[in-house]
Structures are given as C-alpha cells and as structure tokens.
Design a protein around this ligand. Structure first.
Ligand code: APR
Length: 240
C-alpha cells in the first residue's frame, strides 16, 4: 500500500475510472458479481437493450421504474466523498465512470465523464425532448408532447456512447500518468479500453476490484483483498 500512496502523491495527472463496484457499498447491486449482480436476476438483452424500447416497452418501463426507485433509496458512501475531496485537493484530475447513479456529482466531483449516461435525465425517444423524472416514476411512460416512448438518459446495449463524453475521456486518459480503476469487471467495450489506452501512453495502472479482470495483466498494482471503501479510507489516512 505504501507504494500506491507514493504513486498517488507523486503523480501529476491521476484519473480515476469507476464501475458498479464503486456503489455496492452504498447498497446498489452491481451487474456481474456472482451472487448478487443485477444481470444474475434480470436479462440485459431483454431489458437494457435498445430493441426493448420497441419489442417489450411495458417490461422495459417497469424495470427502469424499479431501478430508479432503488437508486433513489441510496446515497454516496465515504469512498465517494473521499474522491470528491481528492479532486478539490488536486490529487485526482477527474473521474471517468460507467455508473449512472450520479453519486460522483453528489459527492462534489466536478470533472465527471459519464460514459454510459445518467439516471438524472429522462427524454422521449421519438422527439428527444426532456421529460419529468417524477412523472416517469409515477408511471407516465409516454411523451407529454408527442406521445412517444420515454426512456432514461442512459446508454442502452446497442447504442453509441455520447461522443463528446467519450472524446473528453480519451483526452483525460491520454494526459494521465496514473490511472486507478475502482470496481469494474472491465468486460464491457469500449469503456474497458481506457485502462489500456492509459498504459499505452505510459501511465501507471492500479486496479482495485474484488474479482480478476481481463486487464489485470497490464496493471502495476492489483488490490483484491480490500473493498473499495476500505481501500480509499486507508489511502486517505496515509495521505492526510
Ligand atoms: N469492492 C471491490 N470490488 C467490488 C465491490 C467492492 N465493494 N463490489 C463489487 N466489486 C467488483 C465485482 O467483483 C465486479 O468485478 O466490481 C465489479 C463490478 O463489475 P460489473 O458488475 O460488471 O459492473 P461494471 O464493470 O460497472 O459494468 C460495466 O455493464 O451492464 C453494463 O452499463 C452497465 O455500466 C455497466 C457496464
């Protein structure tokens, strides 16, 4: 751990990359953990796929209303707050996240690149106009302007990632000399390419994840024996 603390202290441009494992200690399930991942209970091909908007809109809507109610029950944990503080102190320069819960914003981070969109926005898939999140929660699933299908502002399987966010994440990654992955299986492209891009540009790579990932072979340090919250609290203790 001392070497990791030294790396964070001496790096000049640290970028953090988070996945669903960042929010499990807030109470939110991740997607692929063996026992409790969301995709062990629901089929992403039926529910998190762009075709679901046409093929089974009812199920799609009830799944995302359920997801929204779940996310609204929880808030950022101490690990999120530490990352917010690290950005304020200049220890990290930004967060590239696959998460759509908005917890990094709530914890005070400014430079947050949400590769897979956000649950903070709902819009009509036909006229693209914004819709009211509360109305969606209360069952309004069609557009108040054109009666088209309303959907969350997240990237569904089969959709492109937001170009501007992806480009910004590429720029930030290529500027980094330290790249820290927190809680991702690194199995979903193209998000999982960022750790690789970072190492190709000469950055050091730290992966904090309970289970092995396909990018472990490129990592300078792998932390498996601590949860993300424990890891961040430990490092914060050493840094302050
Ligand atoms: N501490 C450390 N690791 C953890 C913790 C924790 N507290 N909780 C979970 N993990 C690890 C799990 O072992 C798992 O390997 O975090 C990883 C989470 O991986 P996934 O569930 O696959 O989540 P993620 O990598 O973010 O998925 C990427 O897939 O379904 C899409 O759009 C969705 O953004 C998501 C993308």
């Amino acid at each position: 751990m001392n070497k990791i603390v030294e790396l964070i202290r001496s790096a000049s441009y640290t970028i953090v990359f988070t996945g669903a494992g960042m929010s499990t200690e807030s109470g939110l399930p991740d997607f692929r953990s063996k026992d409790r991942g969301l995709w062990t209970k629901f089929n992403p091909d039926e529910l998190a796929n762009v075709h679901a908007l046409q093929d089974n809109f009812e199920e799609f809507t009830s799944f995302y209303q359920y997801r929204l109610r779940e996310i609204d029950k929880y808030q950022p944990h101490e690990g999120h707050q530490i990352l917010g503080n690290w950005e304020k102190r200049g220890l990290i320069k930004g967060i590239i996240t696959q998460n759509v819960d908005g917890f990094h914003h709530d914890a005070g981070n400014q430079n947050v690149m949400e590769l897979h969109g956000t649950f903070r926005r709902f819009f009509c898939n036909q006229c693209l106009r914004d819709q009211d999140r509360e109305e969606y929660l209360n069952g309004k699933s069609h557009c108040k302007y054109c009666d088209g299908p309303v959907r969350p502002g997240i990237v569904l399987f089969g959709e492109m990632l937001p170009e501007d966010v992806f480009l910004q994440a590429e720029i930030e990654t290529s500027k980094s000399d330290l790249f820290i992955v927190l809680g991702s299986s690194l199995t979903v492209t193209p998000a999982n390419m960022f750790p690789l891009i970072a190492t190709e540009r000469g950055a050091k790579l730290i992966i904090v994840n309970r289970e092995p990932t396909p990018m472990d072979m490129y990592a300078d340090f792998i932390v498996r024996d601590k949860s993300i919250k424990e890891f961040l609290i430990m490092i914060e203790k050493e840094l302050s």
